[in-house]
Design a protein around this ligand. Structure first.
Ligand code: GLN
Length: 310
């Protein structure tokens, strides 16, 4: 009998999307990311019974970048509760690029519009508790180690150093937030935490499993252990729909219809409620900063497997 999600259809989606890897460009504003090979394309699907199907470069390591904003938000929500978090960061999409500064000043109060843009994620990093940066990054790493089942998940030091050296825009955002009273505590330490969590290294296979935990409302599909409350998963998945693909989130919701979060290293985490987690990796980006072939692949797969949630 034909499986509901068969490898052939995944291969067909991969094949169709592979034609687009030369249409985008790797991110260069973080110099270390410019070294990535734009021709790579990998996809992995993790099903509730633990079945994994993958095509292409599903075991290649890449850094989470903005995908990590979901996990810093989970930690901040678990440590502080939603009331505290949403006093300091909003729940609205911006329609602006992920690193935009403009609305921070024009909107009053000056809190970032949502936790998926850089300003919002820096504000969220400021809420993560711990004695020092080491203890604070360990909270995020521990969550990801549990979610992926890989105890060796770590920060890629080269990418972290590379972003830290060149992140003038993020520094500007953080100091503005400090001036507005949104960011309390040491600004450079919080930026350091933000650069570190963006540089956490994973594979598409691991991202697929992380997506499955979100799809299962915070429960590990294999051990049935709960990693975070269902309400936290609900908040994250809603942000993924409204803001997860930056200022292409509306288009993605119509064309693909799956909660997803992308990062400038070329990763996309997609989560189909109760059904599957999907990890995609292809470093060549479109003009909004989303993986170009990655979006094409998800579009094709969503149609083939009828994954849209709307
Ligand atoms: N570390 C990156 C930055 O702050 C993350 C951005 C992204 O993936 N969109 O610019």
């Amino acid at each position: 009998m034909k499986q509901p999600y068969d490898l052939e259809q995944l291969q067909a989606a991969w094949q169709a999307a592979a034609a687009y890897t030369d249409k985008g460009n790797v991110a260069t504003y973080i110099p270390e990311l410019a070294k990535q090979d734009p021709r790579q394309l990998g996809v992995s699907v993790f099903l509730p019974d633990g079945t994994v199907i993958s095509v292409g470069e599903a075991d290649v390591c890449f850094t989470l970048q903005s995908i990590s904003k979901i996990f810093s938000l989970i930690v901040a929500l678990c440590q502080n509760g939603p009331d505290y978090v949403f006093e300091r960061v909003g729940k609205e999409p911006t329609g602006d690029p992920f690193n935009s500064i403009i609305k921070l000043e024009t909107i009053k109060p000056h809190k970032p519009l949502n936790p998926m843009i850089n300003a919002g994620a820096i504000a969220v990093a400021g809420m993560i508790q711990g004695r020092d940066v080491e203890e604070r990054i360990t909270c995020i790493l521990d969550l990801l180690r549990k979610m992926t089942g890989n105890p060796d998940i770590r920060v890629n030091e080269d990418v972290y150093e590379s972003e830290k050296r060149t992140a003038d825009r993020n520094r500007a955002l953080a100091w503005f937030l400090k001036d507005s009273g949104v960011l309390v505590g040491d600004v450079e330490e919080t930026l350091d935490l933000y650069f570190r969590h963006c540089a956490i290294e994973v594979t598409a296979k691991e991202v697929a499993r992380m997506g499955m935990v979100l799809a299962a409302d915070g429960v590990d599909p294999l051990s049935k252990e709960r990693f975070f409350p269902a309400d936290v998963a609900r908040i994250c998945k809603t942000f993924m729909v409204t803001c997860g693909m930056y200022n292409a989130s509306g288009e993605f919701a119509i064309d693909v219809g799956i909660p997803a979060k992308s990062g400038v290293a070329g990763g996309i985490l997609a989560t189909v409620p109760q059904r599957m987690g999907i990890g995609v990796f292809s470093p060549a980006l479109d003009d909004k900063g989303n993986s170009l072939a990655g979006v094409k692949l998800l579009e094709q797969l969503s149609r083939a497997w009828n994954l849209g949630i709307f």
